[in-house]
Design a protein around this ligand. Sequence first.
Ligand SMILES: [Zn+2]
Length: 132
Amino acid sequence: MLLELPTQDRIGTWMLNSTSLSCALCDGCMDSHDHLLFACIYSKELWRRIKVEFGLFGFPEISSDIMDHLSDNRGPSKMVHRLALSGTVYHIWRERNRRIFRGIKQVPIVTYRQIRDQIRLYTASWRIGKKT
Ligand SMILES: [Zn+2]
């Protein structure tokens, strides 16, 4: 999934300097999956907060390294890493679509809190599941 944002990436090679292909989150760079999910100033702010909140030290910063990082072993900490990845990517994509299709912008701190609460909810359910 991380490597799939082909339309914008491919169109971007045909239409260099087109402002219509700029990133919906920062409006300052060409849209691509790596930019949108990891390099955009909006996404970086989310990742910075999520990494601190959940102690994701050593978590890679580009998509290909993240896939290697998550595939090398399993365990509770990697489960949180996977949850952080899926939750953050989902909310970045949702924010992109909100801006493009509804013209509504949400500030990073609100998006961060949604991701944080979603991760906390999942991890709490794991603890409850272990007790029963
Ligand atoms: Zn951007």
